[in-house]
Ligand binder design. Sequence first.
Ligand SMILES: NC(=O)c1ccc[n+]([C@@H]2O[C@H](COP(=O)([O-])OP(=O)(O)OC[C@H]3O[C@@H](n4cnc5c(N)ncnc54)[C@H](OP(=O)(O)O)[C@@H]3O)[C@@H](O)[C@H]2O)c1
Length: 241
Amino acid sequence: MSKTELPQIICHMMTTLDGKITSGTGENILDDYFSLYTKIEDKLNAKSWIIGRVTMQAFADNLTIELPKIRSRIDDKDYIVSIPNDYNVFTTDTKGVLRWKDNTIRFSNIKENLNLVVIVTINTPKEYLSYLQDKNISYIFGGEEDIDFRIVFKKIKSKFGIDRILLEGGGILNGSIMNENLIDQISLLLLPLVVNRTDAPSLFEGDIQKDLIIKKFTLTNIEKLENDVVWLKYLNKLNKI
Ligand SMILES: NC(=O)c1ccc[n+]([C@@H]2O[C@H](COP(=O)([O-])OP(=O)(O)OC[C@H]3O[C@@H](n4cnc5c(N)ncnc54)[C@H](OP(=O)(O)O)[C@@H]3O)[C@@H](O)[C@H]2O)c1
């Protein structure tokens, strides 16, 4: 598959000096930097996001809502509702955990509502797919059991016409996409904090069963921001754009 069949993928995140994306204890350590994070995000000029299920829980409805019974046959075809604008947020949810109020999401720094698209697999419970259809929420299949992100991004480009997308974690999602060497750029806010706990997740939490393959990036921008934060931009050497 050639690179032109995929959108440009920019991983935009903030980490502590020890590369952690949260405290790992539940205590929020990023709040003070959130407005700076979104200010830089605005400069990246993206209209689409891909975000992991754990992170998207903050935008979801009550998780205990029970799924209704299936009313009609659910096949293995992508379900894409007509999309009112070109702002989208894709989230992975292979087990059908999240519940939604609506088929759009609001981000505090974006004027438009973002169309919600859930990435599922063939093994995702049919009750969940039926629930998404009832809510008029789009979903696309990303594989059988595990998600193949090449397939996902190819669909994101071909079915939604998206050329550029921000990947905003968490670490497990970032790690899976890094594993497939699909990240073109990293936009990193380096915060003047140290967590110093092994149980705090890192920027990339790849699978330890996979072979060690070091990815090399080129530094393209360095900028000192307010509150001792540094903005670093890196380009993937292999995915020249
Ligand atoms: N510092 C920052 O800039 C920043 C930004 C965003 C988030 N965060 C923090 O990150 C934390 C959450 O991170 P996290 O790493 O625990 O979770 P996450 O990345 O948000 O969620 C893990 C996701 O990875 C999916 N996944 C990854 N690879 C897969 C594959 N090959 N096949 C199937 N599914 C795959 C999982 O799917 P299933 O659910 O279907 O298993 C799940 O949706 C939160 O505390 C959040 O606040 C920090």
